[in-house]
Design a protein around this ligand. Structure first.
Ligand code: NAD
Length: 247
């Protein structure tokens, strides 16, 4: 029960890594406010599941890429939950292509959803953190943001941007006891990676020192560390959850 009494906001939690984080957080006693972009039925199903842990849960249909929507979300969540202790910026998309074939729209969409969303949400929720003089911001980057990846220039740029943002915010808000850290997952088996060819997936697994893809729980447990009081002296860090891939 590492998060008992705390409230966490998680973007894009109706499936994948976001859902895994919501589950681990609720199991650890956190109240959870989460956003989803389209599937209301999945969101309601998750609300029900998380509530069974005896915590307060509410889902919000909200576009993390919209500045206005994030402002509105922050005021709704703050009035529903009173305080927010943890913000997890998880929402993300891919629009992979070689630069030669990458459209301007595919570049802009990925930057808006993956990077601009982190600005939108952090700006909207920082007011509450500043007032209560505490908060933990956790941004979901990727190892691709550290090392780059052919065919993912837009995605890698967005994830590298998240790391720069995370470190800058850690410097800006540290004196107010607000921490900002990033998680950089490697190959995590979710709906996002299920779109990949089986041979490609096996190639990824073979190249990982721990010889398996990560699970959403592997990522969620790293977020749990950053969200909890176990990490009160840790800020501005990027934790690789990659089975040793970048080692
Ligand atoms: P996913 O596609 O299963 O989940 C992404 C979630 O983001 C979905 O719930 C989607 O509805 C939501 N979303 C998309 N656009 C949104 C928007 N504009 N506003 C609000 N929500 C929106 O993917 P995932 O694998 O669970 O990825 C979660 C995060 O982890 C992403 O940021 C992704 O880049 C990152 N990541 C994933 C992997 C991996 O191997 N799966 C590796 C590194 C990083």
């Amino acid at each position: 029960m590492l998060l008992k009494g705390k409230t966490a906001v998680i973007t894009g939690a109706s499936r994948g890594i976001g859902r895994g984080i919501a589950e681990v957080f609720a199991q650890n006693g956190a109240n959870v406010a989460f956003t989803y972009s389209s599937s209301e039925s999945k969101a309601l199903e998750l609300e029900k599941e998380l509530s069974s842990y005896g915590v307060k849960v509410k889902s919000y249909k909200s576009d993390a890429a919209s500045f206005e929507a994030c402002e509105l979300l922050a005021s709704e969540v703050t009035s529903d939950f009173e305080t927010v202790d943890v913000l997890i910026n998880n929402a993300g998309i891919t629009r992979d292509n070689l630069l030669m074939r990458m459209s301007e729209e595919d570049f802009d969409d990925v930057i808006r959803v993956n990077l601009k969303s982190v600005f939108n949400m952090t700006k909207a929720f920082q007011r509450g953190f500043l007032k209560q003089r505490s908060g933990s911001i956790i941004n979901v980057s990727s190892i691709v943001g550290v090392k780059g990846n052919a065919g993912q220039a837009n995605y890698a740029a967005s994830k590298a941007g998240i790391i720069g943002f995370t470190k800058s915010i850690a410097l800006e808000l540290g004196s107010r006891n607000i921490r900002s850290n990033a998680i950089a997952p490697g190959f995590i088996e979710t709906e996002m990676t299920a779109q990949l060819d089986d041979a490609v997936v096996q190639q990824w697994r073979d190249g990982i020192p721990l010889k398996r893809g990560g699970t959403v729980t592997d990522v969620a447990n790293a977020c749990l560390f950053f969200a909890s009081d176990l990490s009160t002296y840790v800020t501005g860090q990027v934790l690789l959850v990659d089975g040793g891939m970048l080692t």
